[in-house]
Design a protein around this ligand. Structure first.
Ligand SMILES: [Fe+2]
Ligand SMILES: [Fe+2]
Length: 218
């Protein structure tokens, strides 16, 4: 069994690796089917997300929300969807940046966003909730705002200035979402969630700071 698994970057891979090593060590071959089932569940979830991304089809969820735990799960799915939408948006923001420093900042945050998605999946797994791309009217509204703006045929230079502001708006949305989720997770005793959500929050705050600095310079 290879030990070359980045458990920090993908907590699920770490979990899987630890379980497989335990099965091998104890020669308890009956643990292996369980490990295989975990891997299959993960692959199926990924396939659904990729299909949703490819077709642009997102599920709407009408589950009843009657407790703080329900609210936590609802908010978790909202930010999970937001992060997927932002993966696409950041690619566009990078391509529209004539300033190389700004282009690099958007590219860097896109990489971080992929990590946010991974951490959110780990949070879902820690509470037995499989996340799917559903709806996020907040970020969808910001994307709509961009479309409306582009109808005014702005110059490339003005698009770039608009994008710095739009990027800050989405960071503030994410920051407030993560702060709310962390507060709920603390009250619910979801310690794994608190750690992963705090790691995402720190990167959103740093991204906002970078955009503010670049906004002053450009
Ligand atoms: Fe994010
Ligand atoms: Fe962000």
């Amino acid at each position: 069994m290879g030990g070359n698994v980045n458990r920090r970057a993908d907590p699920f891979a770490g979990q899987l690796f630890t379980a497989a090593v335990a099965a091998e060590k104890s020669k308890m071959s009956d643990i292996l089917p369980e490990v295989m089932a975990m891997a299959q569940t993960r692959t199926a979830a990924r396939k659904r997300v990729h299909t949703a991304r490819r077709t642009g089809r997102r599920k709407s969820n009408n589950e009843k929300i009657a407790s703080r735990e329900d609210l936590f799960k609802h908010e978790l799915k909202d930010i999970y969807t937001a992060e997927h939408l932002l993966m696409e948006a950041l690619k566009k923001l990078e391509s529209e940046s004539t300033n190389p420093e700004l282009a690099r900042a958007f590219a860097k945050h896109r990489e971080e966003t992929a990590g946010h998605i991974e951490r959110l999946e780990a949070v879902g797994e820690s509470i037995g909730e499989e996340l799917e791309v559903e709806e996020c009217p907040g970020i969808e509204g910001l994307l709509e705002e961009k479309k409306t703006f582009m109808a005014h045929k702005p110059t490339k230079e003005i698009v770039q200035v608009f994008n710095i502001g739009a990027g800050q708006k989405s960071e503030r949305y994410e920051i407030t979402s993560y702060e709310g989720l962390i507060e709920l997770a603390e009250k619910l005793g979801f310690s794994v969630a608190v750690a992963d959500l705090s790691a995402n929050l720190a990167e959103e705050e740093a991204a906002l700071k970078t955009l503010k600095t670049l906004g002053q310079k450009i």
